[in-house]
Structures are given as structure tokens and as C-alpha cells.
Design a protein around this ligand. Structure first.
Ligand code: PEP
Ligand code: MN
Length: 337
């Protein structure tokens, strides 16, 4: 709900309104616009309260929101959110590339990969330290050892690092090493994890759940935003459908839907979306055409020897070519705007 104050509302009348909102334990934030105070109240089911708020003499209008989420909605914030990490800005005019192996497998592997990716012009190094594997018998990641290798790779290359958190208990250790915390598809609705990661104040890459609607993804983002952390990147990575020819069904429409509904930056992950090397380039190109701010792509020096997701990891050579093509496509599309 958005409350618009009267232009001449006195400080005392505004205070009365704030006291009312506090008494009802509502979360809100306010800013001024053209002489009016605009108060954005989080949450839904506010119809009864709306009538009461209309009775305050400081109030000119109350606009109910059409969405179930507030802070993530473009309706409440009409400027795109940009996320700044050192020299890197996510969510503005540059197409951002995040790339690297599914999992950090060794010091040599991640440093060699990071050096290669930096030469390509990649911005963010990805690499799992704690891996969410379907089978308990599969490689689970190197844990803290991997975080140390990622930090060394960052030091050598200047690349920002994104890595996944699986458990709220790991937050203190992850924030020592990661520039961006990844919350994976399996944990998109792990609300305790969303809040814990949100409170760390670090940028968060939030991936769409395997069975999540676009609205549920935005509500998961809302959990992070309510902690006061506004640095959320949404990531479309495919959803589970009846189709078995691909690992997941890439929901291309989610990209313009998210861009339309929210001010948050949107990434696509064509690797997990398809599970197939040969589909990554076309899906990545489609993502750029659909308006993503960035891409998350798995890259491995020897995909056939990878400890996880080798079947969807691009070789160095394939990645380099794809990145060039994506940048050219992005530059071309920008001219049409
Ligand atoms: C990953 O990025 O390695 C990963 C596990 O992704 P998702 O959560 O999308 O499956
Ligand atoms: Mn993976």
C-alpha cells in the first residue's frame, strides 16, 4: 500500500500517522516526492486498515498495491536497482558475465580458470564450495578449502566471487570469502536462510526454485529485502516440467516478466536450465534478447573430467566464442532501443 500525504500536512499530523502504523506493527519506509510524503507500507491484506488511514487528516490518498510483494515491486520503486562491488556495477548498462566451474575442484583448477576468464573479460568468478547434490554419494564440494582457493583466485585476478550457501550456519565463513552469496534453486524457499543471508548485507544471487512460480521467486526476494538488504539479483535457471529432453525447462518469459514486475537485476543461467552443452549458446542468446542484466555460465577446462555438471560445462574455447557473440548481440540490441 502506498500512502500519499497532503502537501501541507504538518509534522505533528504525520507523526500521528506514523504512530498508527507502528501500533499496527506495519513495516514502512518513506520518501518525499513533489512536496508530498510517500509512505510505502509492506504487506498485503491491508484493506481494513486502508479505510482507517484514509481518515487521517494528513493523508491525501491511499493506493493499494496490485502485487503480493512490496519492496521487490517496480510499483514502489521505479528506478532499477544497481549493485556495486568494487569496480563492478550490476544492473546498469553493461552485460555482466559470471562464469566458472560448477564446483571448485582444486587450487590449480580454479586459478587457471579464473585467469582465463579474466582474459575473456568476465566480471564474476563462480565456483561451488558447498554443493547441493541430489545424491549423498556425489561430490559435495571442498568446503572451506574451496573458499580459500576462490579468495586466492580473486586476489590474482580481481574478479568478484560468487559461491553458494547451503546452511544458515555457514554464513559467517561464507561472508569472509564471497562478494556475492548464491542461494540456489533448492533453497529458494528456505526462509531462515534467506533472512540470515539478507542480514549479512552482502549482495545475493537468488536462483528460481525448481517448482517456483515467478511470484514465489519475487516473494523469496521480498524476504531478503525486508532485512534491509536491497542487493538482490534474480536468476532464471529453468523449472521442472513434463519435458524430459532437457534438465529443466528454460522459462524465457520469466525474464521480461521479472524485468517488468521488479526493479531488481535479472540474470539467466542457461547451463542449469538446459543441462546440455549444445543448448547453452542458443539459450544464452535468447536471454540477452529477452533483456537480462547478466549471465551465469558453467565453464570447465576438461568437462569430461568435471566432478559435477561436466555435461553442461563449456570448454574454454566454446565459452570464449560465446562471450564474444553475446557481447556483439547485446551491443547490437542496445542500438535498437
Ligand atoms: C549451481 O549454480 O551450481 C547450482 C547448483 O544451481 P541451481 O541451484 O540453479 O541448481
Ligand atoms: Mn552446477
Amino acid at each position: 500500500m502506498i500512502i500519499i500525504s497532503k502537501k501541507d500536512a504538518s509534522v505533528q499530523k504525520i507523526e500521528e500517522l506514523y504512530n498508527f502504523l507502528d501500533r499496527h506493527q506495519l513495516q514502512y519506509n518513506s520518501h518525499s516526492s513533489n512536496g508530498h510524503l510517500v509512505i510505502v507500507v509492506n504487506g498485503t491484506d491491508l484493506h481494513e486498515i486502508k479505510q482507517q488511514i484514509m481518515c487521517f487528516s494528513a493523508v491525501e490518498n491511499v493506493i493499494p498495491l496490485s502485487k503480493s510483494y512490496t519492496l521487490a515491486a517496480r510499483e514502489t520503486r521505479n528506478v532499477n536497482t544497481s549493485i556495486i562491488i568494487n569496480n563492478l556495477t550490476i544492473g546498469e548498462s553493461e552485460l555482466i558475465f559470471a562464469a566458472g566451474p560448477c564446483a571448485v575442484e582444486s587450487r590449480e583448477q580454479i586459478i587457471e580458470t579464473a585467469l582465463f576468464l579474466r582474459e575473456c573479460g568476465v566480471h564474476i568468478l563462480r565456483g561451488g564450495a558447498f554443493k547441493p547434490r541430489t545424491s549423498p554419494y556425489s561430490f559435495q564440494g571442498l568446503g572451506i578449502e574451496a573458499l580459500e582457493y576462490l579468495a586466492e583466485a580473486r586476489e590474482k585476478t580481481g574478479l568478484a566471487v560468487v559461491t553458494e550457501i547451503l546452511s544458515p550456519e555457514d554464513i559467517d565463513i561464507i561472508i569472509q570469502y564471497a562478494d556475492i552469496i548464491q542461494i540456489g534453486a533448492r533453497n529458494m524457499q528456505n526462509f531462515a536462510l534467506l533472512v540470515k543471508a539478507g542480514k549479512s548485507g552482502k549482495p545475493i544471487l537468488l536462483k528460481r526454485g525448481i517448482m517456483a512460480t515467478v511470484e514465489e521467486l519475487l516473494l523469496a526476494a521480498e524476504y531478503i529485502l525486508t532485512t534491509g538488504n536491497s542487493q538482490v539479483i534474480l536468476c532464471e535457471r529453468g523449472i521442472r516440467t513434463f519435458e524430459t529432453a532437457v534438465r529443466n525447462t528454460f522459462d524465457i518469459s520469466a525474464i521480461p516478466l521479472l524485468k517488468h514486475a521488479s526493479h531488481l537485476p535479472v540474470f539467466a543461467d542457461p547451463s542449469h536450465a538446459s543441462g546440455k552443452i549444445e543448448l547453452i549458446a542458443p539459450l544464452a542468446k535468447a536471454s540477452v534478447a529477452a533483456g537480462v542484466n547478466g549471465l551465469l555460465i558453467e565453464v570447465h577446462k576438461e568437462p569430461y573430467n568435471a566432478k559435477s555438471d561436466g555435461h553442461q560445462s563449456l570448454t574454454f574455447q566454446l565459452f570464449k566464442k560465446l562471450m564474444k557473440d553475446l557481447q556483439a548481440l547485446y551491443d547490437y540490441l542496445k542500438q535498437l532501443d
